[in-house]
Design a protein around this ligand. Structure first.
Ligand SMILES: [Zn+2]
Length: 191
């Protein structure tokens, strides 16, 4: 499954470059170029996929408070961590790789933020769907004694791309780096 790992490493580099470009690109044209480079990793035919970096370009001459805050946040961004990949045998996509990544913010500790689903297309591997950790239960699927009603107890919510339904049978699990957050870590270690 080397291909998927290589694809994800390239995606993570392009993702970091695009997030930095919001505040660091010298011109809007160069920002657009970075966003286009990132879009090339997505199978847009599956439906729009929203990422947190899909903000508008902020001109370097902008001295507003918002821009200043954004530039400070930028100092805290780093390439996203790839924790693990679970490979599934999906009824529609066939080999479907679920790649667990964090937000790419340099907070203390690491935790799941998104699952990026990668499948083979006629143009090579592409991200076909995105799930994001449920903000209500922070990925645990539980609220006290009850299942979280926001995510139906799964801990995840669809954030664009194909509707996947049941993911199918797991065919392989590749672990790269354990998250430090206990909820994420329990999932990381479960199989
Ligand atoms: Zn939830």
């Amino acid at each position: 499954m080397e291909t998927i790992t290589t694809f994800m490493r390239a995606f993570i580099a392009a993702d970091h470059a695009a997030r930095r470009a919001v505040y660091c690109a010298p011109s809007e044209e160069e920002f657009d170029e970075k966003v286009r480079a990132l879009d090339a990793f997505l199978d847009e035919g599956q439906g729009a996929m929203e990422f947190p970096y899909a903000w508008d370009f902020v001109d370097p001459s902008d001295q507003s408070d918002g821009a200043a805050t954004g530039r400070r946040m930028l100092a805290a961004t780093r390439p996203r961590t790839l924790f693990l990949i679970r490979h599934y045998d999906h009824r529609e996509f066939g080999a479907l790789a679920r790649c667990y990544v964090d937000s790419g913010m340099a907070w203390p500790g690491t935790r799941y933020m998104e699952s990026l689903f990668v499948a083979a297309t006629t143009e090579g591997p592409r991200i076909v769907a995105v799930w994001r950790v449920c903000v209500t239960c922070r990925g645990s699927g539980r609220l006290g004694d009850d299942a979280c009603s926001t995510c139906g107890g799964t801990g995840w919510e669809p954030a664009g791309g194909a509707t996947l339904g049941e993911l199918g049978r797991i065919t392989e699990v590749e672990r790269f780096e354990a998250p430090t957050d206990p909820t994420s870590r329990a999932d990381y270690e479960k199989d």
